[in-house]
Design a binder for this molecule. Sequence first.
Ligand SMILES: Nc1ncnc2c1ncn2[C@@H]1O[C@H](COP(=O)(O)OP(=O)(O)OP(=O)(O)O)[C@@H](O)[C@H]1O
Length: 135
Amino acid sequence: MPMDSNDKKRSVGKNKNLINSIEFAITGIKTVYKDERNMRIHSVCAVLITILGLILQLERFEWLWIGLCIFLMLVMEILNTIFENVVDMVTNKHFHPLGKKIKDTAAGAVLITAIFTVVVGALIFLPKIYQLLIY
Ligand SMILES: Nc1ncnc2c1ncn2[C@@H]1O[C@H](COP(=O)(O)OP(=O)(O)OP(=O)(O)O)[C@@H](O)[C@H]1O
């Protein structure tokens, strides 16, 4: 996105205090939700998995694994978005082999995390669903 004249006039500096830092961090999270459809999909999946976990009455250590997976997916999606935005800013959305490498690598990190999440989810949920079905 090219800078408009208002952007050029704005200056940047250090956050003045902790509240300021938290406000900017929340703005960043809101921006990812607004811009990235995948982030919204991951969040809906996280809510559905949490509801399923409540129904199937997961143990404490199972909640820890599920929580870790949800956390990793959201953080990886945020990191992926950061790399996409930086590449778009530096290349001005023109093709560059390094831009492709960076975006594809970041997408690969999200994919590996998604595979890990599916394996953990299957190990936790499938035996419980199987138990429900055979009784
Ligand atoms: N500036 C660029 N230079 C070279 N290749 C690029 C560039 N921008 C995007 N690409 C290629 O296009 C693919 C898609 O890029 P894009 O920015 O649309 O990400 P995306 O697929 O929308 O990611 P997500 O779905 O996570 O938002 C990248 O993985 C990369 O292979």
